[in-house]
Design a protein around this ligand. Structure first.
Ligand code: NDP
Length: 322
């Protein structure tokens, strides 16, 4: 089978297409034929060595496809089932193994591309809006990188809850997409001081929650956008890691809360995984959650996909097609 492998950390060129044997599922595992691969920022962190991994590495954790073979002890799935997962053990490949505990069935009417586009970023947006800071109608959220994969989905989900969403984006084109997703106000943080804009837009009150995936360049400003006792959910570092931080600042800025959540802790039980996946895939099926899938690459062009994502050229989801 064709697979992408990394032998050493580095730039997009370290993503090499190789031939590997199709793996056999062990106990509790399912072999899937991958039909669409979701590309996520975390794979860039692994490729660059910001997150550590054993080499050689087949990157990727998100994919949708068809069940090919069940490992010993697996129940609840059958060959031919349409499935998706964010726990694939190396999804940049034609076939991949998945722990059955992390696999979900894809409802009819949802294509493999849609499922691969929705699962990771959709469930991330879901846990941020329903669990990390359970948003209520009438509350105001600031979402950074509002035209990104998570950003567009989080804006739609927060809006359907009835919250007011303010976003930041880097270009006018991205601003238009963010507005289309439901943002009430969009700030061009590459041209405007987003803290001053948020203060102006909220009559100096500040927002209830900031969902910040940009990190290094936005973290300090995000704290300054919050109302007293507001919460900052720092869930990524697209611009780099946030440097060490003195907690006493949280007191001076209004008894603030900061959390650094990650999806895995919010889908750790079968119940929570099923809840989030069912809602996200259900909303995709009924058309109430819109996916943006403008960036589609053959598996062999994984390096190009990474380069586009890193250089801020992309909006919405990036997919690889094996
Ligand atoms: P995006 O599609 O949002 O891409 C990243 C965006 O970040 C860019 O398009 C860009 O938007 C913005 N950005 C700002 N500064 C930079 C910079 N210096 N370099 C690159 N991009 C920059 O990616 P995803 O939706 O896949 O992921 C968003 C973030 O969420 C990532 O940091 C990812 O790691 C994180 N994440 C965290 C999860 C968790 O559970 N903790 C789960 C899923 C994702 P603009 O041009 O508008 O500034």
């Amino acid at each position: 089978m064709k697979s992408i492998q990394i032998h050493q950390t580095g730039g997009p060129e370290v993503l090499q297409l190789v031939e590997l044997p199709i793996p056999s599922p062990g106990p509790g595992q399912v072999l899937i034929r991958v039909e669409a691969v979701g590309v996520n920022f975390i794979e860039i962190y692994f490729r660059k060595g910001q997150y550590k991994a054993t080499m050689p590495l087949t990157p990727g954790s998100e994919a949708a496809g068809t069940v090919e073979e069940l490992g010993p002890g697996v129940t609840g799935f059958a060959p031919g089932d349409a499935v998706a997962s964010v726990g694939v053990l190396g999804s940049y490949a034609e076939y991949a193994l998945v722990p059955a505990a992390q696999l979900v069935k894809v409802p009819s009417g949802v294509s493999p591309e849609q499922a691969a586009a929705a699962m990771l970023q959709g469930m991330t947006a879901h846990y941020l809006a329903y669990s990390t800071f359970p948003l209520k109608a009438g509350e105001t959220a600031l979402v950074h990188a509002g035209a990104g994969g998570v950003g567009l989905l989080l804006t739609q989900i927060a809006t359907r809850i009835g919250a007011r969403v303010i976003t930041t984006v880097s270009t006018e084109e991205k601003a238009a997409l963010s507005r289309e997703a439901g943002a009430a106000d969009v700030i061009l943080y590459t041209q405007q001081d987003f803290v001053a804009e948020v203060k102006r837009l909220t009559g100096n009150k500040g927002v209830d929650v900031v969902y910040d995936s940009v990190g290094k360049t936005t973290f300090d400003g995000s704290l300054n956008c919050l109302r007293p006792r507001g919460l900052l959910a720092l869930f990524g570092g697209s611009s780099g890691a946030v440097p060490p931080f003195d907690l006493i600042q949280l007191s001076g800025k209004g008894s603030l809360f900061v959390t650094r959540p990650t999806l895995w802790h919010y889908i750790a039980t079968r119940e929570e995984l099923d809840w989030r996946a069912k809602e996200i895939l259900g909303w995709v099926a009924d058309g109430s959650l819109k996916l943006r899938m403008e960036h589609d690459y053959p598996l062999s062009d994984a390096g190009q996909a990474h380069a586009a994502m890193e250089s801020r050229q992309t909006t919405g989801k990036i997919l690889l097609e094996p």
